[in-house]
Design a protein around this ligand. Structure first.
Ligand code: 9Z3
Length: 344
């Protein structure tokens, strides 16, 4: 839950894991190999705590009988230094993930929300990253600070849903910052979710970097301008391993897996979505373009009567605040129900 004192924090680098660069012949990671990734990159120190929290949450919902969805959300950072001053990042604010989590909760799912720390959270998203400062939602009434009556009705509705999720232990909020933290967390959570078999759903909306600097190549300290040719910094990144393959065939076989495919060129979106399905053999790819992601998305499946279906909002719906996730989630849930039915 987004409670007052979360135990795990991810945004500060673990500097005591810095590698001694004076040791010669430090092995260079073969990052093309998925399994090798987890041997040559260091696990976050809090990983056991994350496993414990996940396992307790899943055990709790084995008893309630609820379906559990893992929603990943937000961008990942790629540190360029171990004591991280510089890093590569991407645009994602976590709107898709935070919004989707709310619709899943309202549809009766328990949600594990693995998100980029300080990106949008379910429910608080309505107030946290708007152009309003949170103080703009307040008003001084008779010498006391209160919610501005203009916002109080809508805020009460959101607050009640948020409290319901808290009271019923329906939302487990777990953070990551770097792509390395994301990958280790995904693996651990997936293996825990495996226990739920078909009742587990993966909804991978985080914008995960395709490139990273393996720990074996990461400089310990801030890169100095004079160390480089003419003050230029040339960054040579490795490909991030194709973790989806492992997720499908060994971390959580049995679960239904939905991934997102992001492109900026509409001419290649469907081809890339199909390629992902061929490569990883999971159940559903949701394609979207950066430019229109809040307005239209496409479901791409391998089989079935309608392997490609577009969902679109009209301009009027958009202007009235209708969210595309209100179309996405019921249809993902339909696919999940069908998945459970077929694998009984
Ligand atoms: C998405 O495509 C998400 O819908 C967005 C949401 C990141 C576009 P916002 O956070 O944006 O609401 O602003 N996520 C998946 C992106 C991704 O990295 N997919 C990988 C790929 O395309 C596969 S897992 O290769």
């Amino acid at each position: 839950m987004p409670n007052a004192a979360p135990i795990i924090h991810t945004s500060a680098p673990e500097t005591d894991q810095a590698i001694d660069r004076t040791v010669p012949d430090f092995p260079v990671a073969q990052s093309s190999d998925e399994d090798n990734y987890f041997q040559t990159n260091t696990a976050p120190q809090y990983l056991d705590e994350l496993r414990k929290e996940t396992s307790e949450f899943i055990r709790f919902h084995q008893a309630t009988g609820k379906k559990v969805v893992l929603v990943t959300s937000g961008g990942t950072t790629v540190p360029l230094e171990n004591n991280t001053v510089r890093f590569i990042d991407n645009f994602s604010a976590g709107t898709r993930g935070a919004t989707s989590a709310e619709y899943f909760l309202e549809s009766g799912y328990a949600v594990i929300f693995l998100h980029r720390e300080f990106s949008l959270l379910p429910y608080s998203r309505h107030y946290s990253h708007t152009t309003n400062c949170f103080l703009d939602y307040m008003a001084e009434i008779d010498g006391k600070i209160e919610i501005n009556p203009k916002y109080s009705k809508s805020m009460l509705e959101i607050y009640q849903k948020y409290q319901h999720a808290r009271d019923q232990n329906l939302l487990l909020v777990l953070p990551f910052t770097t792509v390395n933290q994301y990958l280790f967390s995904l693996k651990v959570i997936s293996k825990e979710l495996h226990q739920l078999q078909t009742k587990a759903l993966f909804y991978l909306a985080a914008a995960v970097s395709d490139f990273f600097l393996p720990m074996s190549k990461l400089p310990e300290h801030k890169i100095q301008a004079q160390d480089h040719n003419g003050g230029k910094l040339v960054v040579n990144l490795d490909p991030v391993p194709k973790f989806l393959r492992r997720l499908v065939d060994s971390w959580a076989p049995g679960a239904m897996i939905t991934s997102f495919k992001l492109e900026t060129d509409e001419n290649i979106l469907l081809k890339k979505a199909n390629q992902a399905l061929d490569r990883y053999c999971h159940q559903l790819v949701i394609g979207n373009l950066l430019q229109t992601r809040k307005k239209e998305i496409v479901f791409v499946k391998k089989e079935g009567e309608h392997p490609v279906v577009w969902y679109r909002l009209t301009d009027e719906e958009l202007a009235n605040g209708v969210e595309i996730e209100s179309l996405i989630i019921p249809n993902v849930i339909k696919e999940h129900e069908e998945w459970i039915r077929l694998h009984k």
